[in-house]
Design a protein around this ligand. Structure first.
Ligand code: PEP
Ligand code: MG
Length: 895
């Protein structure tokens, strides 16, 4: 059977349905689904050229597969028959839109061409047939502009210059005020300019136009903004393989006062509230709403003006939600009082909205808790954990302006006016607010780094709003009180600002402030708390069989935290601390000085004396963490720094300052500096190697831990403290250090009359440790995989230097993922699996987890679950996302 490339929809019938997203793209699949029973919604007829063609197109060097032209001709014919008009008909032409649509929606990133089929003759036919010459000529000028720009690459500004000059000559401000004659003049000038630019006439043959548009849409799959969007949104090109092209009969929202165009969300995409949210523009085409050129009105205006249509679209909203069990984003057009659905899709939403909808839909019995948990991307939770304005400072702040609250969260920064400025200032470490009339897809890099986006035009569905929501960047848009007065100046609510001045915006309320308002971190509460409690339930109840055949129950999320971060870890719901890096505890004075004195000690006695000074300071910090965590696990890792990090004396000035601080001569500092300096400090004298050479260091730390725990116990506090040994390469290291630690603990118990016991575990950070995990397990109560070092040592990539080459690896697809970000299943994963198997062969219930940076990465979390680890540990800020990602791993593996 010949390959089928083209699929029809319309008139109560369709060849595809929603399950065919991988072939028809989201748009094509949903149009088909809407058109056919049981929904049978009013969808203009059309056909979709499949994503397979896009792949072929690129494989064949931008050529179409054989037979496509005949198939398209057949379906165009069917479309013409169904709609009762012919493309290029001089009296009553069919006009079509040519649209993109990948299997995952990429709003605004690829191309669309509207009003295709118009030429010098059919424009007259359309004018006569509709008895509306202004409409016909407006459609023609829009088409030339869009086709010229999108398909033929003529600079957008060249068209804008012509429009502006005609408007100025006619003395009008708005496009809508242009007369038919003005529009005819614009068309003539467009064509003239087009010829000059392209060296040929604007194409008059609708077939040429159509194939030009199809090529442009397929071509837009690989345009820069689409590529950036895919990168930013982790859209894998091996899964989402291209765009489909949908050719669809045009209906017109710009045919007078009973026509219009709208974009609607079945629930509020910004907050998640369950109310119908739509924007409508009378006498306009869809692109006017999306491009933010005109600020649309609320749907209530449609309710007043055309109550029947309002009722119809409201019913469709309910039916689509009931069908898709999800919030729908719909585009519709009203042509002379008749409603047409142009698109529906599961709507993009902010993190807060995603959580609220998921929780509400469970309460409405629309979806299960498991489905709800799969509805929210772990990264989206970051948006709920965005800083908010400090309540007190906000109270005394006076807003200068107020507009649409398009994407929630508070942002404060210096004004920049272009995306490039935003990127440059961000690189210089500044926080910025991007202030623009409207944004376009070319601004995406600047929008990404901005603390907030403020636009003077455009609605909730404008580019700025949609993209900001997707990125979780606060956005206020359509703020008419923002007036641009020069290249680098603006007035906001009448007050003058220039580039670099500070403003604050609140994307939740839509308010704009001309001052710095400090921001505070958010906490887990309300719907998020409910939602994450479901995630915890799912993980706690999980049971799986590991690849080595062991049964493991539960899957915890712990945090990597020291004394300052522990409260945050607790607030974000960490089940404990999986890694307390004790060297980080010495970054503060006076501990730092004592620690440095210890490092430069020459004799054991001297070192012991300096350690004695450190002991009470460490004990105090350990006690604080134990108290904060209220009986949850606290895993304290003994010292693991390259010591040279603490003796910075590469310049005479640094050496002199350090000598003064530590009360020794510069010669002593210089001598120690050269002794400690290593060629490869990451593989040097660090971790437990320090304890083999200087046992008193770990002994002191263990004593501080034991004393802190005893203190907590004496006060009736709960505690579960574990001691972790880093950089173990052989069981003999652990055996020796464990014996020393147990001796210290026994002494403390004897002295204080306690009977404290501690689990003592090993980090697994080297292939050798994994390979000999059975030997290590004899002396370890648990393993924690230090996947930063394990990745470094398995790949042989220096974790401090790999940034020099990783981009080349990723660009050339030598590696598909950054292995320091996402665990490498084939190599590092095999090491973990080996250690799991060997370790649990000795101790069946050996507790296993990871504490490298991967612990916060959803894909790595899923791998850890699969490999049978009991927990992941990540930075406190990532804990909520990891709680969700862990639950998603459980749900997906149960499917
Ligand atoms: C690791 O190596 O993954 C780890 C957690 O230890 P560190 O990053 O402190 O070396
Ligand atoms: Mg390490």
């Amino acid at each position: 059977m010949a390959t089928k490339y083209v699929y029809f929809f319309g008139n109560g019938d369709a060849e595809g349905d929603e399950s065919m997203r991988p072939i028809l793209g989201g748009k094509g699949a949903n149009l088909a689904q809407m058109a056919k029973a049981p929904l049978s919604l009013p969808v203009p007829p059309g056909f979709t050229i499949s994503i397979d063609v896009c792949q072929e197109y690129y494989k064949l060097g931008k050529k179409y597969p054989a037979g496509l032209d005949a198939e398209v001709a057949k379906y165009l014919n069917k479309l013409e028959t169904t709609f009762g008009k012919k493309l290029g008909d001089e009296n009553d032409p069919l006009l079509v839109s040519v649209r993109s649509g990948a299997a995952e929606s990429m709003p605004g990133m690829m191309d669309t061409i509207l009003n295709l089929g118009l030429n010098d003759k059919s424009v007259v036919g359309l004018a006569n047939k509709t008895n509306n010459p202004r409409f016909a000529w407006d459609a023609y000028r829009r088409f030339i502009q869009m086709y010229g720009n999108v398909a033929m690459g003529v600079d957008h500004d060249k068209f804008e210059e012509i429009i502006s000059s005609v408007k100025a000559k006619a003395g009008v401000k708005e496009d809508t005020e242009l007369t038919t004659e003005n529009l005819q003049e614009i068309v003539a000038k467009y064509k003239e300019m087009y010829k000059k630019e392209k060296g040929e006439d604007f194409p008059q043959d609708p077939q040429v136009q159509m194939w030009g548009a199809i090529g442009a849409v397929f071509g837009s799959w690989m345009n820069e903004r689409a590529i950036i969007y895919r990168k930013l949104n982790n859209i894998d090109e091996n899964v989402i393989k291209g765009t489909a092209v949908t050719v669809m009969a045009m209906v017109f929202g710009n045919m007078g006062e009973t026509s219009g165009t709208g974009v609607a969300f079945s629930r509020d995409p910004s907050t998640g509230e369950n109310h119908f949210m739509a924007e409508y523009l009378i006498n306009a085409q869809g692109e006017d709403v999306v491009a933010g050129i005109r600020t649309p009105m609320d749907i209530s205006a449609l309710e007043k003006q055309q109550p029947e249509i309002f009722k119809e679209i409201s019913t469709i909203r309910d039916r689509l939600e009931a069908h898709y069990h999800d919030m729908q984003d719909m585009e519709f057009t009203v042509q002379e009082g008749k409603l047409f659905m142009l698109q529906c899709r599961n709507g993009k939403r902010t993190g807060p909205a995603a959580v609220k909808m998921a929780v509400d839909m469970v309460a409405e019995k629309m979806i299960t808790k498991e489905e709800a948990l799969l509805r929210v991307k772990p990264d989206q939770l970051d948006q709920l954990l965005h800083p908010q304005f400090e309540a007190k400072a906000l109270k005394s702040a006076k807003p200068l302006a107020s507009a649409l609250n398009a994407s929630p969260g508070a942002g404060c920064g210096e004004i920049v006016f272009t995306a490039d400025e935003a990127v440059a200032e961000d690189k210089a470490g500044k926080k910025v607010i991007l202030v623009r009339k409207e944004t376009s897809p070319d601004d995406i890099a600047g929008m990404y780094v901005a603390q907030g986006i403020l636009t003077s035009t455009g609605g909730r569905t404008s580019h700025a709003a949609v993209v900001a929501r997707g990125m979780g960047t606060p956005c206020v848009c359509g703020c008419s009180d923002v007036v641009f007065t020069g290249k680098d100046t603006v007035t906001i609510g009448g007050k003058e600002f220039k580039k670099g001045d500070y403003i604050s915006i609140d994307g939740s309320t839509g308010k704009v402030y001309g001052e710095v308002i400090p921001v505070t971190p958010a906490s887990v509460s309300g719907d998020l708390e409910t939602f994450l409690s479901w995630a915890d339930e799912v993980r706690n109840a999980s049971v799986r069989t590991t690849p080595s055949g062991k049964t493991v129950k539960g899957f915890d999320v712990l945090a990597n935290a020291e004394q300052n971060e522990a409260p945050q870890a607790f607030r974000f719901g960490a089940a404990g601390i999986g890694l307390c890096r004790t060297e980080h505890m010495f970054f503060e004075e006076p501990k730092l000085t004592s620690f440095q004195k210890m490092i430069i000690s020459d004799t054991t006695e001297e070192r012991k004396a300096n350690l004695a000074a450190i002991l009470p300071l460490q004990q105090k910090d350990f006690y604080g963490i134990i108290k904060t965590m209220e009986g949850r696990a606290v895993t304290i890792r003994l010292l693991d720094p390259p010591l040279n990090e603490f003796v910075q004396a590469e310049t005479p000035e640094l050496a002199a300052a350090l000598a003064k601080k530590l009360g020794v001569s510069v010669e002593v500092i210089n001598k120690k500096y050269s002794e400690l300096n290593e060629h490869n400090p990451m593989l040097g004298h660090r971790g437990c190697r320090l304890a083999i050479t200087y046992p008193e260091i770990y002994e002191t730390q263990v004593e501080a831990i034991a004393r802190a725990t005893a203190q907590a116990e004496k006060e009736g506090l709960k505690h579960d403290v574990r001691i972790m040994i880093p950089n173990v390469t052989t069981f003999a290291e652990l055996k020796q250090i464990r014996a020393q630690a147990e001796a210290v603990i026994a002494n403390v118990n004897k002295e204080l009359g306690t009977s404290l016991k501690f689990q003592i575990g090993s980090m697994i950070e080297f292939p050798r440790a994994a390979a000999t995990a059975n030997q290590i397990a004899e002396y370890a109560d648990f393993f924690s995989f230090g996947t930063n070092d394990l990745t470094q040592t398995t790949f042989g990539f220096s974790r401090d230097d790999y940034s020099k080459f990783i981009d080349s690896y990723l660009d050339q697809k030598v590696l598909l993922q950054d292995p320091f970000k996402t665990l490498d299943e084939d190599g590092v994963g095999v090491m973990i699996g080996l250690a799991e198997e060997k370790g649990r062969a000795v101790k069946a219930d050996l507790h296993l987890g990871i504490c490298g940076e991967h612990g916060g990465d959803p894909a790595s979390i899923a791998l850890c679950y699969k490999l049978g680890l009991n927990y992941v540990s990540c930075s406190p800020f990532r804990v909520p996302a990891a709680r969700l990602a862990g639950a998603q791993a459980v749900i997906k593996s149960n499917k």
